[in-house]
Design a protein around this ligand. Structure first.
Ligand code: UDP
Ligand code: MG
Length: 320
């Protein structure tokens, strides 16, 4: 279990109690509980140290400064060693008891079981409305099938976690990255509870930055805007240029107007077009700079060859 914690002192004892109980029910003693302190300003780290001193299953990770939710998660995932890793928030909005159902999904062949919120209790109408709008916008723009109404609450197989950790991008939108990775992903519906204690650590400012990370990380649509504008502006420039010529032809134009109008239109639309072309290249450079793996192989299937065939194929490959 990986849990990012930022000023979650009041939730921690209850969180640890419920996580321990759920894990013991599901897997006995064979689990680890990784509590990542995202440089809290309260006594969260002291509490984490206290809990981990009493139980070898609890591992505390203390970050050097406040890196934010997604990087705190990544730090926790890099420490996790389990065959299956669950991500869960510290505020108990996501019920840990769902672990059993997610484990069952993984047992029957899923690689990722993600929680999908049916209802969100104790959150403002603004948060719900903006989240609903955001996930629908993202679905249209993103080049990965990012499911609506999900958070990072999910259980993943080791294979998926390893691919996730091999993606070095700085601005991380983990639910999108997991969706991009692929494999078999199934939704587990649940009712999202109100926070156990404290208040949200995602004020509007952070929500907007998070949304920007999601959109820019998974779509070059904003960069394409200038190309669309440029195509329209070239068309408009041609029409307006013809109109300016017509005015000159019929003698209705003030001397000098036609030439100036055509110069402005031609240069304006040419600049737009060049910006659009630059945007296309920039998009490609950006994709390259993210250094994502080119492909993710689920498994490789090869039948065991007969004994003499092995010798032959080796010979062939050496000669080649
Ligand atoms: N969190 C974090 N670093 C931050 C902000 C939040 O580690 O800078 C953690 C927080 O402790 C919680 C999770 O991220 O476990 C989600 O935050 P929160 O519950 O405030 O978000 P919300 O559920 O309101 O979207
Ligand atoms: Mg929360």
């Amino acid at each position: 279990m990986v849990v990012p914690c930022y000023n979650e002192l009041e939730s921690l004892p209850e969180l640890v109690r419920r996580l321990n109980y759920t894990c013991t029910q599901c897997v006995g003693n064979d689990y680890e509980l990784i509590l990542v302190n995202d440089c809290s300003t309260d006594e969260t780290w002291v509490e984490i140290m206290r809990v981990s001193a009493g139980m070898h299953q609890v591992i505390g990770v203390d970050l050097a400064h406040n890196h934010g939710h997604q990087l705190a998660l990544t730090a926790g995932l890099s420490v996790a060693s389990g065959d299956r890793v669950m991500i869960i928030d510290a505020d108990l909005q996501d019920p840990p008891e769902l672990l059993a159902e997610m484990m069952a999904q993984l047992d029957v062949g899923a690689d990722v079981a993600y929680g999908q919120r049916l209802q969100r209790k104790g959150e403002t109408w603004f948060k719900k409305a903006s989240a609903a709008f955001f996930y629908r916008l993202l679905r249209r723009l993103a080049d990965a099938p990012i499911p609506a109404d999900t958070g990072d609450f999910r259980l993943m197989k080791r294979q998926v976690v390893d691919v996730l950790l091999s993606m070095p991008e700085q601005h991380r939108f983990i639910r999108g990255m997991v969706a991009w990775i692929g494999f078999r992903q199934v939704a587990v519906p649940y009712q999202r509870q109100a926070r156990f204690a404290g208040k949200t650590k995602y004020p509007l400012r952070k929500m907007i930055r998070f949304a920007a990370d999601a959109i820019t990380g998974f779509s070059v649509a904003p960069l394409r805007l200038s190309l669309y504008f440029s195509l329209w502006s070239v068309l408009l420039a041609i029409l307006l240029g013809l109109y300016a010529l017509w005015q000159w032809f019929t003698g209705a134009a003030v001397p000098g107007w036609t030439s100036i109008a055509i110069i402005v239109l031609a240069f304006g639309s040419m600049q737009m077009l060049c910006l659009g072309i630059m945007g296309e290249y920039l998009g490609r450079i950006y994709a390259q700079s993210k250094q994502r793996p080119l492909f993710v192989i689920r498994s490789i299937q090869q039948n065991a060859p007969a004994a003499d065939a092995i010798g032959k194929s080796r010979e062939f490959s050496y000669n080649a």
